[in-house]
Design a binder for this molecule. Structure first.
Ligand code: ARG
Length: 592
């Protein structure tokens, strides 16, 4: 593993050195380097600096050029406009840097200097309930963040905070006691899609039936309420029945996660019930420290800036007046666990933006209690709503919430049709068509989610998602497959970097973009912004398309070194695409 400093950081350093040589007072000034259309880079920082020092910007810029002197990385540096510097790199420097990246398994991407430990709370469906589109976003964004952070060297602990506790279990358990065979499977449950579907249909049926009874039969209602008390008191028989609901739901959840091509490991599923034993103590600590106070019998935390429509403060209720604990007490206990037992330095919550007020209050409470501070931070990676084509929250034609599985199946069907249409040309077998259809369909859904900034709402539009043109995963997957096909056609010729060769404009543009991979990843990891990685990959594929248009790779007219060097660029692009897509949780089939 050898990390490779980017050309941009290299140029930045050279300019900073030249700047402080020319003008010692400017030692820590930022040359403000940007990619530019006119040259490879433009530095705009001298302008502001000269103004601040009451000097002449063009003169200062000229001094910097002199101070740079002869340089093997900077082929050309000239003053332009009011005092900008236009910088062109030596072709050799570009190719050599890319060759160093290619020689490294991690493409030269450095590990974080001081990795911490991040607990990510994501993919948190609710027991005995169907997963819907809202659960998709948390799973997809969370999974991408896990992969990205791990790639930067961060230690990641995954937590699936499933909704597995609450008063609704009284009703469900009581019904199951009275109808003991309702959760039986025709065959042994096992894993997989069929088992998942059967589990969810059992749970759905049981949920409906028990709800109907609960609403119509007062005596059943009373028995259900007693069950809640027994559950909370830890009655063994009741807990065993509760566990059956959790296990049944997991069969279903895991089947959906599998369809999503996402690994969810059993020990990482620590639902609300997992913090039960901590709730009392959490309340005691908060009350004793004065962070929480009693108000109308409930234990509450108040905030100056959180008020209801009537202007009265809205508290975070940690314990209700009837003694019951809610969502907030659980989340506060989970923070204690993650900070004190898991040694987290960051807590990341991938949760719907509609829960932002809840997290704002929970985090502030935890800060007041000292569980969060400058060394341990919490952040909600809040995401927006998935909308239908009409721009309203996504519903079926009958106005019901859309089941996630139906949606994924439809995406796979559409994608399979797209793959099939082109399959003849590539000579794909039926098995490959089905396999690719899954990867393209699931990839399309994930990419559509990841390519817009998380906090924004987006329209779920399958036509657009599986389109071959535009900012879609299919476009990126085809770009990758085309690279593989060129490599197959290359025959005996292999990718070899030739730093002595002059580069065409499209080669430079592609090369300079490839070189930015590590910097983009660092930014994506630091800001929890996977959409910037998606944007980077899309631009990479666009640079590749321009490169194909302008530079023939395997042409017989090319000298052997040119073919090798172009194959080298194509190969590095393929590896970068593959790595980037993998970090988003999206597969790149070899033949498409
Ligand atoms: N299960 C919740 C829901 O479906 C999301 C849980 C989010 N995580 C948390 N720690 N509160 O809305």
């Amino acid at each position: 593993m050898a990390s490779v400093p980017s050309l941009a950081s290299n140029v930045q350093q050279r300019l900073a050195d030249a700047l402080s040589a020319a003008l010692p007072q400017a030692a820590s000034a930022d040359p403000l380097l940007r990619r530019s259309d006119r040259a490879d880079f433009q530095a705009n920082g001298i302008l502001a600096l000269a103004k601040r020092l009451k000097g002449n910007p063009r003169e200062l810029a000229a001094q910097v050029v002199d101070a740079v002197g002869d340089d093997d990385v900077l082929a050309d540096i000239e003053v332009s406009g009011p005092g900008f510097l236009n910088i062109t790199l030596a072709d050799r420097a570009i190719t050599e840097t890319l060759a160093a990246r290619a020689a490294d398994d991690r493409l030269g991407v450095p590990l974080a200097d001081e990795p911490g430990r991040t607990v990510i709370d994501y993919a948190q469906p609710n027991v005995a309930k169907e997963m819907h589109v809202g659960h998709l976003r948390s799973a997809v964004i969370g999974d991408a963040m896990v992969r990205i952070l791990e790639f930067t060297g961060e230690q990641v602990v995954r937590r699936h905070h499933i909704g597995d506790w609450g008063t609704q279990f009284g009703m469900l358990i009581q019904y199951l006691t009275e109808h003991p065979h309702e959760l039986d499977h025709k065959e042994s449950p096992g894993a997989g899609e069929a088992a998942g579907a059967e589990a969810m249909s059992n749970l759905g049926r049981l949920y409906k039936a028990s709800r109907a009874l609960f609403d119509s039969d007062e005596e059943f209602k009373a028995r259900a309420r007693d069950r809640v008390v027994a559950l909370q008191a830890g009655d063994e028989e009741t807990l065993a029945l509760w566990q059956r609901f959790v296990d049944e739901s997991k069969i279903y959840f895991y089947s959906v996660f599998e369809k999503l091509d996402m690994e969810v490991r059993d020990p990482d599923v620590v639902g609300e019930s997992g913090y039960n034993d901590m709730l009392d103590e959490t309340c005691r600590i908060l009350e004793e420290s004065g962070v929480a106070v009693r108000s109308e019998g409930a234990l509450c935390v108040f905030f100056d800036d959180v008020k209801g429509p009537d202007g009265n403060p809205v508290p975070l209720i940690v314990r209700k007046s009837n003694g019951g604990y809610g969502y907030a007490a659980t989340d506060l206990s989970a923070i204690r666990d993650r900070v004190q037992n898991l040694d987290a330095t960051s807590l990341l919550y991938v949760v719907d933006a509609r829960q932002s007020l809840h997290f704002k209050m929970v985090f502030e409470t935890a800060r007041r209690a000292g569980w969060l501070n400058d060394k341990v931070r919490a952040h909600q990676l809040a995401f927006g709503t998935i909308l239908g084509k009409d721009g309203k929250p996504f519903k079926t034609r009958e106005g019901e919430t859309v089941r996630l599985v139906d949606l994924l199946d439809e995406a796979i069907d559409r994608a399979t049709a797209v793959v099939r249409e082109k399959a003849g040309k590539v000579g794909l077998s039926e098995e490959e068509i089905t396999g690719n259809g899954r990867h393209v369909g699931i990839g399309a859904v994930k990419y559509a989610d990841l390519s817009t900034s998380a906090v924004r709402d987006y329209k779920f539009d399958l036509d657009q998602m599986v389109s071959l043109n535009g900012d879609t995963s299919v476009y990126l997957q085809y770009a990758y497959a085309r690279i593989q096909s060129i490599k197959r056609k290359a025959g005996g010729r292999s990718p070899v970097a030739h730093p002595e060769l002059e580069l065409a404009p499209a080669e430079r543009a592609l090369g300079l973009h490839l070189d930015q991979f590590g910097e983009v990843l660092a930014e994506v990891a630091a800001g929890y912004e996977p959409h910037k990685l998606a944007a980077y990959l899309y631009q990479l594929a666009s640079h590749l398309t321009t490169f194909y248009d302008q530079c023939h790779v395997l042409s017989e007219d090319n000298p052997a070194e040119v073919v090798e060097n172009r194959l080298f660029l194509v190969d590095l692009t393929g590896r970068t695409l593959h790595q980037g897509m993998a970090l988003l949780g999206i597969r790149t089939p070899e033949r498409l």
